[in-house]
Design a protein around this ligand. Structure first.
Ligand SMILES: [Zn+2]
Length: 361
């Protein structure tokens, strides 16, 4: 690990620094837990679509997601992503072009991944999914201490471990995760989603709610309170993949693509957000390959599980589209990049990985 770190830090020393971006005033982060780069760039996987031994509905996959070429398939799966974001934003991680985006941490599962994204560092002490309050300061917490972001940084997640990852007790951030009800003065929409989340099927058990509840609770909060930093931590993709339900996995990704469309249309039609909000999309880890069945799984024993993607759109991002540059970036660079897009330098106790070098406007 030490060797990997030194190697990647030396690779990354030639960065443009935090002054490279045109400033954003707001940042929205959305993660699709364990959603593979293979589907992002290639749509429905041919091995999984035509698997005659599959225990999911391959007919459903064919009907909804299949097309002759990977370009058509990805467009069908993620129509907003491959129109608006591909034309006005940037997409990293297509390994077919040598554009690599990876975990810097060696674990390739959720808590270490989210820790790396938001605290900017692959901490080897963060090596389980246990509900342990995170010792590391995250970038939302850092920004929430500055007057302009005070009480304007919020976290919504399907998985009930986010309150530990963001250490809400120490950080003071609002973290609404698992089946938590939103408190305080609520709009009729917020009251409805507080109620509905308990009436939806608890298909994942273990305190993880379905994303449709998380998304709308967060979206209603955004409309009512206009936070400057908001995170949507979504988990359906990972749960359905672990369950071997490729049809539902693709459905979850497509639903999320449409939520991102709704969110972006709201952002671009709301004075507090329009043309001053950058949206960042990514995942916490990758998964294995379809051949051999490892697509269901991730973790250290799955060789490809550190392979990921990220995308961004907004005033701090040039419309590069799908990056075809031979390059290596890490999820741990996102924390410093979020701060840099706001014109700030993230200064936690440990030194975060440097900001991403993708071109700013
Ligand atoms: Zn998982």
């Amino acid at each position: 690990m030490q060797r990997i770190l030194i190697c990647l830090l030396s690779l990354l020393t030639v960065t443009a620094g935090f002054g490279q971006f045109k400033k954003s005033e707001n940042i929205v982060v959305i993660t699709l837990d364990g959603f593979r780069w293979q589907e992002v760039f290639g749509g429905a996987d041919s091995v999984l679509t035509f698997d005659t031994a599959a225990r999911y509905s391959t007919n459903y996959v064919k009907d909804h997601f299949w097309a002759a070429t990977p370009q058509e398939r990805r467009q069908k799966l993620l129509p907003f992503f491959w129109s608006e974001i591909a034309s006005k934003g940037i997409i990293l991680g297509n390994r077919d072009y040598g554009n690599y985006f990876n975990n810097a941490n060696p674990y390739w599962f959720s808590y270490p991944g989210y820790n790396e994204i938001f605290t900017g560092f692959p901490d080897t002490a963060v090596n389980s999914n246990d509900k342990i309050p995170n010792k590391n300061e995250n970038v939302f917490e850092f920004l929430n201490k500055l007057p302009e972001y005070k009480n304007k940084a919020v976290v919504f997640g399907s998985w009930d471990v986010y309150s530990y990852i963001f250490n809400d007790k120490r950080s003071g951030l609002l973290v609404n995760d698992g089946y938590k009800d939103l408190a305080g003065t609520l709009t009729p929409g917020q009251q409805l989603f507080n109620k509905l989340q308990h009436e939806m099927p608890a298909i994942f058990h273990d305190g993880e709610r379905v994303d449709v509840a998380t998304f709308h609770i967060a979206f209603e909060y955004m409309k009512a309170r206009k936070p400057k930093l908001i995170y949507f931590g979504l988990g359906d993709t990972d749960e359905f993949a672990h369950g071997g339900m490729y049809d539902f996995y693709l459905d979850a990704a497509q639903n999320t693509d449409d939520w991102i469309r709704q969110l972006w249309e709201y952002i671009q039609s709301t004075p507090e957000y329009k043309d001053k909000t950058t949206l960042i999309l990514t995942t916490d880890h990758g998964r294995g390959l379809a051949a051999g069945g490892n697509w269901q799984h991730h973790g250290q024993r799955i060789a490809e599980a550190s392979e990921m993607w990220m995308a961004a759109i907004g005033p701090s991002v040039k419309p590069v589209g799908e990056s075809k540059e031979k390059a290596q970036a890490y999820q741990g660079q996102i924390a410093a990049t979020i701060a840099a897009m706001l014109g700030k330098e993230f200064k936690p106790l440990h030194k975060p990985l440097p900001v991403l070098t993708f071109p700013g406007k």
